[in-house]
Design a binder for this molecule. Structure first.
Ligand code: NDP
Length: 339
């Protein structure tokens, strides 16, 4: 298939791009600058431009940002939209988080509908943030699944950056489903809802300082930033980036994935477990890691919500990687950029 992947420079998208190529798809990816296109291109020296090409889209928060890129691809068949801000360096929640998430999502959908009727499948990276009800805390006894929606309001969104991020994902995913309902486009939509995503970074786009948000907790552990106390885990469920990337690709390939949300998680984890995995596999970080007696980072005493990931395993056929494999591969990749 000829596939447009948005935000090809991102942590998750870099893996989506590689799996698309492995599966024989033709990939055109959007990035914000020519230097990012060049970095991706030089990391794939044997892939011709007919298989891997680029379009520059500087800011997805601008209305019509994707029009030019999409108009230049008349026989496009599928779109995977991953680009969206995931960070908490926020001065203006609307401008920094909500607009790029919401306008980015509706913008790509409008561009496809208006300019490329050949597109049949669209996959959007949403999040467990659009499922979980943060106001209910750890919610022991409750089972989260695709039927749940985060009830966050605009008023709550602007209270702090964490709310702002969760709201950005919730509002963007809702806007996508509303678009489908109202506009009845020629294409189907599938949304991917992962919780914390961990796993190896690609060396050619990363530095320790510029690391994506979800892997920062592991970087912080191995660079001695948590020696006195292991931070709270926060979100207690996770998925490996390679499993999640495969879900995105399967979602354009498998007919039954159309018009569905997917809650994509491998299961529970805690920061304390991550710490133990690093201690066991990388003795060279002994002085940077918190000592075995250091407290924090464990599971909550009162218990935790359950999760139902059966749609992902059944429809997309995913077998989840384990935490130890994911953390070992992540730490090795962090070493390759200087950790
Ligand atoms: P990254 O920060 O690595 O990737 C984000 C991508 O979005 C980058 O390519 C970035 O470009 C691009 N982007 C952000 N804002 C804009 C903008 N205004 N205009 C154009 N491009 C923009 O994060 P992840 O790979 O982790 O996240 C990818 C997707 O997955 C996001 O939608 C995120 O919400 C979602 N997600 C991530 C989870 C995780 O734990 N990592 C969990 C659940 C969902 P650039 O790098 O050039 O700024």
């Amino acid at each position: 298939m000829k596939v447009l992947l948005t935000g090809g420079s991102g942590f998750i998208a870099a893996h989506v791009l590689d799996i698309l190529l492995e599966h024989g798809h033709e990939v055109i990816t959007t990035v914000r600058s020519q230097s990012k296109a060049d970095a991706i291109k030089s990391a794939h020296p044997n892939i011709p431009t007919s298989k891997l090409d680029f379009r520059i889209v500087e800011d997805i928060a601008q209305e019509n940002a994707f029009d030019k890129a999409v108009q230049s691809l008349p026989d496009l068949e599928a779109v995977i939209h991953t680009a969206s801000p995931f960070h908490f360096n926020v001065t203006d929640t609307k401008k920094d988080l909500l607009d790029p998430a919401i306008i980015g999502t509706t913008g790509i959908l409008k561009a496809i509908k208006n300019h490329v009727p050949t597109v049949k499948r669209v996959v959007i990276t949403s999040s467990f943030a659009s499922i979980i009800d943060g106001s209910k805390g750890t919610r022991p006894g409750y089972t989260y699944s695709e039927k749940d929606w985060n009830p966050v309001t605009l008023e709550e969104a602007v209270q702090n950056p964490a709310n702002g991020y969760r709201a950005s994902k919730t509002f963007a995913e809702k806007a996508a489903w509303e678009f489908v309902e109202k506009e009845k486009p020629n294409f189907t939509v599938s949304t991917m809802c992962p919780p914390l995503v961990l796993g190896p970074i690609v060396h050619y786009l990363n530095s320790l300082d510029g690391l994506n948000t979800s892997n920062q907790r592991v970087r912080n552990l191995i660079t001695g930033q948590c020696k006195k106390e292991i931070p709270d885990t926060g979100t207690y469920i996770w998925v490996d980036v390679r499993n999640l990337a495969l879900c995105h690709v399967k979602a354009i390939e498998v007919a039954e994935a159309a018009q569905k949300r997917f809650f994509i998680t491998a299961g529970y984890f805690s920061n304390k477990e991550i710490c133990e995995i690093v201690r066991k596999n990388f003795p060279e970080y002994k002085n940077e890691l918190p000592g075995e007696e250091v407290k924090g980072g464990d599971y909550p005493e009162g218990g935790l919500y359950k999760f139902d990931n059966s749609r992902t395993t059944e429809v997309l056929g995913i077998k989840f990687r384990g935490l130890e494999e994911s953390i070992v591969d992540l730490v090795k990749s962090l070493k390759s950029v200087g950790a």
